[in-house]
Design a protein around this ligand. Sequence first.
Ligand SMILES: *[C@@H]1O[C@H](CO)[C@@H](O)[C@H](O)[C@H]1NC(C)=O
Ligand SMILES: *[C@@H]1O[C@H](CO)[C@@H](O)[C@H](O)[C@H]1NC(C)=O
Length: 412
Amino acid sequence: MRLGNIILFVALCSFTAYYIYEPIPEEIEERWKLMLTNSFFRGLSHLADFSELVGLTDYMGVMYVITLAEKVVPLSDEHVKVTEEKFDGVEVVVYQPKQRGGDTELRRAVIYLHGGGWCLGSSRMSPYDLLARKMVTDLNAVVLSVEYRLAPAHHFPVPYEDVYCVVKHFLQKGVLAQYSVDPGRIAVSGDSAGGNLAAAVSQQLQKDPGQQVQFKAQALLYPVLQALDLNTPSYQQNQDMPILPRTLMVRFWSEYFTSDKALFRAMMANTHNNPESSSLLKFVNWSAFLPETYHRKYNYSAPAVVQGVAGQAVGIDGPSQSFADPRASPLLVPDTALRSLPKAYILTCEYDVLRDDGIMYVTRLRAAGVEVTHEHYDTGFHGALMFTVWPTDFLIGRRMTDNYVEWLKENL
Ligand SMILES: *[C@@H]1O[C@H](CO)[C@@H](O)[C@H](O)[C@H]1NC(C)=O
Ligand SMILES: *[C@@H]1O[C@H](CO)[C@@H](O)[C@H](O)[C@H]1NC(C)=O
């Protein structure tokens, strides 16, 4: 080898090592695998930024590759009958246990909402397909995996409304009978942005005056629950953590409402609140709702409030103001609106910007008298439930899935 080649080789190796290496906390299991996995996500994110900068495609257009890479065609198998249907115009993948002869017993049901920041993801991704099959076989349940429409093509409230349409359609007595579902044993569940939608539709359903069938349980897996304070201790502690750095979460939030970059910039600076939304800051006051261990190292200061005219000057008006709508930020409701919610399972991860959203909801639901199981993973990172398929399979993802399904088995 000539010296030039050697130098080039060494340079490439060190660049690769530099690119892959990240200061991930020691206690996280399978650290190197996580660094490698995350270097793919980071690389894609850089490509997406570049593509948007030069005007090729928007950022989410490139990030959508993640969804495409794991797409499957959900097919029936030995134990599970899979059909693709439309409920009130919204696509749903329906997973049902294959009938055993003479089995007329009513079954449980889970309405599942996938994650992906309202912009990415699909019920037809292999980790979600596997999870649905596991729930069918372990719980003898009917699982609806909802293919709600995504931002930025469909901003808030479209994804939320798609989900609510499916919920309302399915919970009709006639429809439940058609799928042999017990009206008293239905749960709504979802991970990340799906957990946000699950929490939001649970609140909406119990307010709906004509609604007869209600959920028995809601299971929220590292949910997103509020857009008012994007500087909670967990946002600060985990701002560079895989798989969801703060910048990406803020992008998801802003793109949920608008493609106007002014909201993204204001949210990055945590200066997006206006006088109206600031009256709701009391519902996400982490100095009050987080156990002391989580906020000890941080001094609470309420997010800055930008007055009307200045707010408009940076474009935080019109649809952008929806970030304070409880259908987008379910934490922003008074205790009275939480009291009659179904019992809850809330999963949180230590190394996750969304940790405190979940923990604050645990505190607030319990204070309102709702039965809550809180499962906190000390070495968990955001998105771990998605990593159950080789080569990006993580032991912690497997454990989370098992514990979550076990909870449903005992509580649904
Ligand atoms: C947050 O809670 C603390 C006490 O826990 C209180 O001193 C502070 O005024 C509260 N701030 C807001 C904005 O609710
Ligand atoms: C919080 O405030 C105390 C007392 O003012 C100060 O000593 C400490 O450095 C502050 N901590 C942070 C993280 O800003």
